[in-house]
Design a binder for this molecule. Structure first.
Ligand SMILES: O=C(O)CCC(=O)C(=O)O
Length: 278
């Protein structure tokens, strides 16, 4: 018996490479999580940016809690089984009326992981609409070989290298995945996806969480980390990340520096230039 998803949803995910929407937080909870982010941004005087966007569960206790949220993990377990690591948690923010976009890409091309079973959960903390530049996916593109990519480094691209699929993408076949605050979409690590600039008056705030089975391996760097969020890790391929006891817990902050350095090394392997993303 599935824990949260219907049999049809599970079948759709495996066939098409994505599934949405699934409500995991009620609107009040989602608004509370957004207020925690905003409180931090007001205190630091700037929007969250650069390395703060990545492995954020090590900086913010509330992101660590979200990463372990039972409803999210139930949905993920329905797709990849009961022993689950979370590799990364990453904020995707487009300010109102901004040019910020994401080019068509496949995540597995850059992440150095040897698993096809990684599920990217994208949690909306504000409305992600067609107008505000919600995610778009290319159904069934998770089947077959990974496509060639070029690094374009466009200034408004949220991706590290501005990586872009180097063959024509059939835009007419793309599916938009609008989400309301507290809803998630899920897509496979091989699926081609992208998003357009924010043409709305609202800030679009999303958090992606990258879940994989514990048997996954990192093939690019000697060392990498992930959080054991459910079940048992009988493989030990990743160092388990510490749980922050409060926001900016010194032990977790120190670990965050090492962990994001390792991720940066993986993502920029063989790249012409290294840059901090927005
Ligand atoms: O937030 C977006 O528009 C794109 C997110 C993305 O590329 C991802 O979650 O893998």
């Amino acid at each position: 018996m599935p824990r949260l998803l219907t049999d049809q949803a599970i079948e759709h995910y495996h066939r098409e490479g994505y599934y949405f929407p699934v409500r995991v937080l009620d609107r009040r909870e989602a608004a509370h999580q957004l207020s925690l982010l905003q409180r931090f941004e007001v205190a630091q005087g700037n929007p969250i940016s650069g390395a703060q966007r990545s492995k954020s569960h090590l900086l913010f206790q509330w992101v660590d809690d979200l990463m372990r949220h039972a409803s999210i993990l139930d949905a993920v377990e329905d797709l990849i089984g009961p022993d689950i690591l979370c590799w990364n948690t990453l904020f995707w923010i487009k300010e109102a009326r901004s040019e910020t976009f994401v080019s068509w890409h496949q995540d597995l091309r850059y992440w150095g992981l040897d698993t096809d079973d990684l599920v990217s959960v994208w949690l909306a903390l504000s409305p992600a609409t067609v107008e505000s530049g919600c995610m778009r996916v290319l159904p069934r593109s998770h089947k077959g070989d990974l496509l060639p990519h070029d690094d374009e480094y466009q200034p408004h691209n949220l991706l590290t290298r501005g990586q872009e699929i180097a063959v024509p993408v059939d835009e007419a076949a793309a599916v938009s995945m609008p989400l309301q605050p507290g809803e998630i979409s899920m897509h496979n690590v091989r699926l081609a996806h992208a998003s357009t600039p924010n043409r709305s008056d609202n800030r679009r705030v999303g958090l992606s969480l990258h879940y994989m089975p514990t048997c996954a391996k990192q093939t690019v760097s000697q060392w990498d980390s992930a959080a054991l969020v459910r079940g048992e890790d009988r493989f030990g391929h990743f160092t388990n990340t510490p749980r922050p006891q409060k926001d900016f817990d010194p032990i977790a902050v120190e670990f965050h520096e090492r962990a994001t350095d390792a991720v940066r090394e993986i993502l920029f392997r063989d790249a012409e230039k290294v840059r901090e993303t927005l």
